[in-house]
Design a binder for this molecule. Structure first.
Ligand SMILES: CC(C)(COP(=O)(O)OP(=O)(O)OC[C@H]1O[C@@H](n2cnc3c(N)ncnc32)[C@H](O)[C@@H]1OP(=O)(O)O)[C@@H](O)C(=O)NCCC(=O)NCCS
Length: 173
């Protein structure tokens, strides 16, 4: 079971946890552990949602976004390898999309994802994102990305528009 919090905190302990999960998830070339994560999380328009295990309070997932008023750009999402396929990423994404739609009045959300990242592409499609173009050589030569976009209308007025979801909204398989 996990619970989700949405907000923007830049406390040292929180950042250390975030960087730890970033390092464990992404290869060096794709990792923002060496400064970018810290820089981004300190920006005023950054929205972070984190998932913590109810059992021990440890961080098991996060999503990092930039809110530019009408649009929410999702930059990074990661779930601890041993906690995947339990709905954590979906819960994190729904929390930030609802917050953007209801509290920031955003009408769309965008992101970039590697063509070969099937778990992430499927996750985004399940949330309503659609392909909106191809960014050739986006990551490295030959490694392309989809631009994806999601209409936030269905997220408006959705029940969990606030800063925190119930403490036990996770599902276990
Ligand atoms: C992508 C990632 C965040 C998904 O996290 P997760 O918590 O396992 O995802 P969820 O359990 O919420 O899955 C929600 C939906 O996404 C899709 N999905 C997730 N993992 C999948 C996989 N391995 N294969 C196919 N579809 C997958 C499914 O549609 C799933 O719904 P279902 O379980 O009912 O079939 C996770 O795999 C991860 O951290 N990957 C490494 C980091 C990364 O690539 N981040 C994205 C780019 S920044």
């Amino acid at each position: 079971m996990f619970h989700i919090e949405v907000g923007n905190t830049s406390s040292l302990k929180f950042l250390e946890e975030l960087i730890g999960l970033e390092r464990a998830t992404f290869k060096k070339n794709d990792s923002w552990a060496d400064g970018e994560l810290e820089q981004m999380s300190k920006k005023r328009n950054c929205i972070v949602a984190v998932a913590r295990l109810v059992a021990d309070g440890k961080l098991c997932g996060y999503v990092l976004c930039t809110s530019t008023g009408l649009n929410l750009h999702v930059s990074k999402i990661a779930v601890r390898a041993d906690c995947r396929r339990q709905g954590i990423a979906k819960g994190l994404m729904q929390a930030v999309l609802r917050m953007a739609a209801n509290q920031r009045r955003s009408s769309s959300s965008t992101l970039h994802v590697a063509l070969d990242n099937e778990p992430a592409v499927q996750l985004y499609r399940s949330l309503g994102y659609k392909e909106d173009g191809l960014l050739e050589d986006y990551y490295t030569p030959g490694r392309h990305a989809y631009k994806m976009i999601c209409d936030l209308e269905p997220y408006k007025g959705a029940s969990e528009g606030g800063l925190a979801l119930p403490a036990t909204n996770g599902r276990k398989r």
